[in-house]
Design a protein around this ligand. Structure first.
Ligand code: XLS
Ligand code: MG
Length: 347
């Protein structure tokens, strides 16, 4: 394997500096301003920030086009002054009462239209921020009971919505972020395979790719590194949300490597093998601090995720490929297994 010399660039979103609330308890840290979060990103030496549309323009549904342009331009200047790029913008289609029963696949045609209109506006916001990447995490596209929706029609609705976005702007690229559940009982696009299949049905498949999140693969019972390899086989891994997940439960967004170091190593190794980052892609950490985390340790989960990533890059680059190839040729997988373990343990 030709050793990758990619210099990785790192990214997170304002929501990754979260206040600790969970379904069973209130925040444990005081809410902070966007300016505070941007200053922390600068301090950490990250390269880009990812956004939801209403991270850029709070309460975006209540704003006029003029206000949206003005507020987006104001945030863009803050990013520019801080030397931070905008990685992507995602329409937050899971809070509004108009997406209570789905967004693009809602049974209500007015709500489907709302989701498409909001997505078009997200593209306009992204253009003003200088990114051509839109991420669609299809949070409410699915069902709580199968009989409430028509799964076949839902695919058509998804394709129609994406086609409307592709028609809205001839440069925009759309990355679908698959997830099998949460908040839905079952989501319509649970894996990278589903995402790329939907991409192929759109009017311009080369502008529809994917974003993979480690935890979402685990929630689907799949291996994140295999999902990454699959997406890269199509040249369609345009962004990443690296994190970790400890089994099939709520989406934990744990720091990268926190639950499964071997799995994290294999994700980094497959990124290296396929030269992720060499086409401008960012490594984003979609991680949250543990709820008990103190204010003074608020950035650690992001700094640690990057540290772990970079240490695993060293492990991938110092992996003895020749030695491993010999064990594979000899079908000596017990020895190979032990070699990987001892390599990671730093024998
Ligand atoms: C939620 C998703 C979300 C998207 C951005 O599970 O990972 O964080 O990445 O809205
Ligand atoms: Mg994510």
């Amino acid at each position: 394997m030709k050793k990758n010399s990619a210099h990785y660039r790192f990214c997170f979103g304002p929501w990754n500096l979260s206040e600790g609330a969970d379904p069973y308890g209130p925040p444990t840290r005081p809410a902070q301003s966007f300016d505070w979060k941007l200053a922390q990103m600068k301090k950490l030496g990250f390269d880009a920030m990812m956004f939801h549309d209403d991270d850029v323009v709070p309460d975006v549904d209540a704003k006029s086009e003029k206000q949206i342009i003005a507020e987006t331009r104001e945030l863009k200047k803050k990013l520019f002054d801080a030397g931070i790029a905008a990685e992507m913008v995602a329409p937050r289609l899971w809070f509004s009462p108009k997406t209570i029963d789905g967004a693009y696949t809602s049974n209500d045609p007015k709500h489907r239209q709302y989701a498409i209109d909001r997505s078009r506006r997200t593209i306009d916001i992204a253009n003003l921020l200088g990114t051509d990447l839109i991420v669609l995490w299809l949070a409410r596209e699915g069902s709580y009971l199968r009989e409430s929706k028509n799964a076949r029609k839902s695919v058509d609705y998804l394709v129609q919505a994406i086609d409307k976005m592709l028609a809205h702007d001839k440069r925009v690229r759309i990355a679908i972020e698959p997830k099998p559940n949460e908040p839905m009982d079952h989501a319509y696009v649970p894996t990278i395979g589903h995402a790329l299949a939907v991409a192929n049905l759109t009017r311009d498949p080369k502008r529809v790719g994917a974003l993979i999140e480690s935890a979402h693969c685990t929630l689907a019972g799949l291996d994140p590194s295999d999902e990454i390899a699959f997406a890269m086989s199509f040249g369609k891994l345009w962004s990443l949300h690296l994190n970790d997940q400890n089994g099939l439960k709520f989406d934990q967004d744990k720091p990268f490597g926190s639950a499964n170091l071997r799995g994290a190593f294999n994700q980094v190794r497959v990124l290296e093998q396929n030269h992720y980052g060499s086409r401008g892609e960012y490594v984003c950490f979609d991680v949250h601090p543990f709820r008990p985390t103190k204010v003074e340790h608020w950035l650690a989960h992001l700094d640690n995720s990057r540290r772990t990533f970079l240490k695993l890059v060293e492990k991938a680059r110092s992996y003895d490929e020749a030695k491993a190839a010999q064990m594979i040729a000899d079908r000596n997988y017990q020895a190979l297994d032990q070699y990987v373990i001892e390599h990671l343990l730093g024998k």
